[in-house]
Ligand binder design. Sequence first.
Ligand SMILES: *Cc1c(COP(=O)(O)O)cnc(C)c1O
Ligand SMILES: [Zn+2]
Length: 419
Amino acid sequence: MGFVKGLRCRECGKEFPNEPLHVCDMCFGPLEVVYDYQRIREHLNRKVIAKRPHNMWRYKELLPLDGEPTVGLEVGWTPLIRAHNLERYLGAKEIYIKNDAVNHPSLSFKDRVVAVALSKAKEFGFTTVACASTGNLANSVASNAASAGLESFVFIPYDLEETKITGTLIYGSQVIAIRGTYDEVNRLSSEIAGKYGWAFVNINIRPYYAEGSKTFAFELVEQLGWKAPLHIVVPMAGGSLITKIWKAIREMKEVGLIDKFNTKVYGAQATGCAPITTAVKEGRELFKPVRPNTIAKSLAIGNPADGYYAIKAINESGGWAEDVSDEEIIEAMKILARTEGIFTETAGGVTLGVAIKLMQQGKLPKDEPIVISITGNGLKTQEALQGHLDTPLTINAKLDEFDALLKDIKRQKKGASAS
Ligand SMILES: *Cc1c(COP(=O)(O)O)cnc(C)c1O
Ligand SMILES: [Zn+2]
């Protein structure tokens, strides 16, 4: 197999061979994988896909490997849920949740990009992989590297959630915490990548890595009955996922998997780190970097690598962007849990919070189908909820104590509904 023609600069169009490169030597623009769509069209169709196992590799012709995948074989095919309770709660007609909070193996959408990156790193002959991460990428690189028998180095900001750090260390990865923001971690990682020649998944093999995000959209379209979504709300950190969702939908039309689309993509950030949404709202093509301060740490990238392209994708599609406060993030996490039984991390609170806000503004039509992208798991950001939930009611193991307690609870509920 192998349907990749090579790499191409997104800015000046200069072409490069299929190698571990990521910036253009002419203009410093980012490189992107170029496929032979004509040949893919001849090999790939809905029937071929239907016969394949339910994982992200069922669309492998549209992923940048030369051979068969070797890492993350079971990643993907996460549930698409029709959210009837949430629809009733919000007074909306048709809401879907694509739930990557239960992606295998590390419970976030990052397993998709890492599966591609590590498979590609192995094709290139790397034996050490690394990443600069806001948390979920760290978990995924560590986990997938362990099962693939690769050595891994993970660079993170020192103030990440405890669970994200534990969920990296457990796999035996070498974890290095940097006293600084993600953007400082990233800058240092670029220097290390150059010096030591490791495969930094989101730096020197980023063009390949980022392609894995497309499978989120491929699956979504197939799960919707081979129909492109009308409105999709997507959380943004570096702005890669939203850019690739937009690319994936256009590619599906290009290779004949769908014959039309009318998709609008909507970007979501936390107000404490909103360079991309601010630019969209102010009608600017370029964003201004910020210093992040939000509980949505997985999205806390102040200088997003694909920010420019995320803005372009949003504008091209006719979508919009919004951001929400930390309070709104927690409120949305509770709403999702209490309506649909889904415990998402702070990033999911950002996505749903923004969707709610956009509906209130009339920017997201409540009478049309809306997809909400849930990309990470709530068990990983429990600190954020401290002081925001009731504590358990504690009694001794005696029936009369429970009887009294239940009376109390009922009385309080009555009081609450009367007032
Ligand atoms: C990394 C991440 C994103 C978005 O990533 P991009 O850098 O914009 O591609 C969204 N949600 C979660 C939970 C993440 O970890
Ligand atoms: Zn260039």
